[in-house]
Design a protein around this ligand. Structure first.
Ligand code: NMX
Ligand code: MLT
Length: 434
């Protein structure tokens, strides 16, 4: 059938379901908004919809209804590999069903056909100062790729709203196909790693990334697949997904929209926390000349909090238990690198920091999120330039946000435009409520 035909087959039932829901229930109240939420980053306000993933505060992410262990177990895997094809995950996110090996390979093959990056994108990257943050380089390169947007071109030519999803899917496949090479190219250019290693046509998307990063070991190939799968989606309210959705809701194409998403991923409260988390673990290693005792770490964590800093990798806007994306990477590290001292520190931090945050009494969630451990594994496998980790987060995140963007087009989701109020109006609400 192929991905496009499978998507096409899913669509009529979804359109009917959504049209019926909205037509018959448009006035049904889903949520109320408090002054605290209006001034508090809209935390927990239910105002978005996606069927691609859902984050339960206690259980964590489910992709299309499946937990992370289920996804890792059910998706087709290359022979001899512990982790599945990333193409299989993209199929699951887009179509909503677990793919057969043939369907997963269909996505992988589409990616191979579309992987070539135009030369001018490399020229743009080469023209940037070498001390640029790699997230700026990545986001700039994505914007440059807009030049080839099929959606933008078809929109100018004229097409019906029902057709919007088709060029959006084409663009999304074209975009995601290029990301492993683009990220690996930025890595080799920025950190002077010598001649860029060209992708190999016989490797899958995840394996090619590991190969181009200069570590084609089976362990790093599997870790790369795991990393991209785990970072792909986290429902639609997180900053990078929401920024992508907001930008795309103006009918801008996926290149403009994903670049917007990346720009929000680049903040330390979001994706950049992974580099900060590793910086903090390495700082502990340096301070104590190795792995500290529990008491020493307890004191150190308090000093950090007392100096007004956050503990990177801990806390979450939605989650209230350890993030299963943390657990999956923690288990991988436990299996493959238990002797690594930075991992041992990450383990100790996991034992000590939640208690410190509970005692401080501010964070609603004292548990680790995905960023608490991801850099530790990358560092172990030789990717030691930790500014680069958010680029890798972005490569993974593209899978989720582009799947959402295609579905938004397919279901005719409108321009997003919530209403703002003034402080005086909120004071008035407060006054009347008393
Ligand atoms: N260390 C210190 N203080 C914290 C932490 C933490 N890890 N987490 C929350 N707090 C504080 C927070 O700064 C806030 O303080 P104040 O009232 O003085 O403003 C208070 O606890 C209440 O915050 P919450 O409601 O628990 O968290 P919120 O939803 O506002 O923010 C995060 C969520 C993730 C931004 C926050 O927990 C944080 O800053 N964590 C550290 C950075 C991090 O790990 N970010 C990565 C998130 C995951 N990702 O991949 O994007
Ligand atoms: C994410 O993966 O986007 C982060 O965990 C942040 C979030 O969900 O708010």
């Amino acid at each position: 059938m192929g991905l496009k035909a499978d998507f096409s087959a899913e669509l009529p039932a979804w359109r009917e379901r959504v049209n019926k829901l909205v037509k018959e229930n448009s006035d049904v109240v889903v949520d109320q908004v408090t002054v605290g939420q209006v001034y508090g980053g809209m935390r927990s306000v239910k105002g978005l919809v996606t069927d691609i993933s859902y984050v339960d505060p206690n259980e964590g992410i489910r992709f299309r209804g499946f937990t992370i262990p289920e996804v890792l177990d059910m998706l087709p895997k290359p022979a001899g590999s512990q982790m599945p094809y990333v193409g299989g995950l993209y199929y699951l996110l887009l179509i909503g069903e677990v793919p057969t090996e043939e369907q997963a390979m269909d996505v992988e093959n589409e990616w191979k056909k579309r992987a070539e990056i135009p030369d001018f994108v490399f020229d743009v990257l080469k023209s940037l100062p070498r001390d640029s943050h790699p997230m700026m380089m990545f986001s700039t390169a994505i914007l440059a790729l807009h030049h080839g947007s099929i959606f933008a071109w078809r929109y100018q030519e004229g097409m019906t709203r029902d057709e919007y999803w088709q060029p959006m899917l084409e663009d999304s496949l074209n975009l995601t196909a290029k990301l492993p090479s683009l990220a690996a190219y930025i890595y080799s250019l920025k950190y002077g790693k010598g001649e860029f290693i060209q992708p190999k046509t016989d490797l899958d998307w995840g394996a090619n990334f590991a190969y181009m990063m200069g570590n084609p070991s089976q362990e790093y190939i599997d870790l790369s697949r795991l990393y991209f799968i785990l970072h792909s989606d986290h429902e639609s309210g997180n900053a990078s997904a929401h920024a992508t959705h907001l930008a795309a809701s103006t009918l801008s194409d996926i290149y403009f929209a994903f670049s917007a998403g990346l720009n929000s991923l680049a903040g330390p409260l979001h994706g950049l926390a992974n580099q900060e988390a590793l910086r903090w673990l390495l700082g502990i290693h340096e301070e104590f000349n190795g792995v500290p005792s529990k008491d020493e770490l307890y004191q150190y964590a308090w000093e950090k909090l007392n100096s007004g800093q956050v503990i990177p990798g801990y806390g979450h806007a939605v989650l209230r238990k350890p993030d299963p994306r943390f657990t999956a990477q923690f288990n991988y590290a436990q299996d493959h690198m238990p002797e690594d001292e930075i991992f041992q520190i990450a383990h100790l931090v996991y034992d000590v920091v939640p208690q410190v945050l509970i005692e401080q009494g501010k964070a609603k969630n004292p548990a680790p999120n995905v960023d608490a451990i991801s850099g530790t594994l990358q560092y172990h496998y030789g990717i030691q330039e930790f500014e680069f980790y958010t680029v890798m987060f972005g490569v993974g995140r593209a899978l989720g946000v582009s799947s959402n963007a295609v579905w938004s087009r397919a279901l005719g989701q409108p321009l997003e435009r919530p209403k703002s109020l003034t402080t005086a109006m909120l004071e008035d609400f407060a006054h009347k409520a008393k």
